[in-house]
Design a protein around this ligand. Structure first.
Ligand SMILES: *Cc1c(COP(=O)(O)O)cnc(C)c1O
Length: 223
């Protein structure tokens, strides 16, 4: 039951051990408009898309005016479809993408907000800046005229080694704190999916992106 899942998760997610409110973003890839609207009626305030085509197809049918996040890999030639409609670009994983979002935002006369995606597990299969390049990426993006950095995003690797996962999550929080010391506008550490969000929140995440635990298994035939 989507409604019950949302109610339970909103209660469970609560605040992290640092006393920060944790924002629950519903990861809506492959979900129907009807199911997304059910989740919103049950209390979801933020939704995150992975695919531009899906985002565009569903955009006008989503009720309740939730914050729209973009959380998937984003091709440069598709940025234009998101400008002015995206609350937070969470998956800024390379400088060219940051530059394109800033350029298009400037042209449209809007400021856009983003998170810097860090490839915390150093995985081939995942995008993102290397951990050690995070600070330099922040400085470079700050120099762009129409894109503001609001924090960091990461996906932990798949692993049974909880100690290892915790060490990575804590490293992310350390980098986040370093940025926050420099910049009062840094406010989001987006880390945690259905399988690992509790661990991530315990280590200082304040934004989780949940799909399966809200909607159940994904409907890949819908896309
Ligand atoms: C799909 C997705 C999620 C949610 O994954 P679940 O395991 O279904 O909770 C979170 N973040 C990103 C970037 C995703 O693509």
């Amino acid at each position: 039951m989507i409604e019950e899942n949302v109610k339970n998760l909103l209660e469970e997610v609560g605040t992290n051990p640092l006393g920060e409110k944790v924002t629950l973003v519903a990861a809506v890839k492959t979900q129907t408009v009807e199911d997304i609207n059910r989740a919103i009626r049950a209390g979801i305030t933020d939704i995150g898309d992975n695919h531009v085509q899906e985002f565009r197809d569903k955009y006008d049918f989503i009720e309740g005016n939730p914050h729209r996040h973009f959380i998937g890999h984003l091709q440069l030639n598709k940025v234009k479809y998101l400008i002015g409609r995206t609350y937070l670009y969470q998956s800024v994983d390379r400088m060219e993408l940051a530059e394109e979002i800033s350029k298009r935002s400037e042209r449209a006369g809007v400021m856009s907000d983003c998170l810097i995606q860090i490839n915390i597990g150093n995985e081939e299969s995942k995008g993102g800046f290397e951990y050690d390049d995070g600070l330099a990426a922040y400085e470079k993006i700050c120099a762009l005229p129409a894109l503001k950095v609001k924090g960091l995003m990461a996906m932990l690797p798949i692993s049974d080694d909880e100690q290892f996962l915790r060490s990575l999550a804590k490293k992310m929080r350390e980098l986040y704190d370093k940025l926050r010391e420099k910049d009062a506008d840094i406010e989001y550490l987006s880390m945690g999916m259905s399988g690992d969000w509790k661990l991530c929140v315990e280590c200082g995440s304040n934004m989780v992106r949940l799909g399966t635990s809200i909607f159940g298994p994904r409907h890949y035939n819908n896309t």
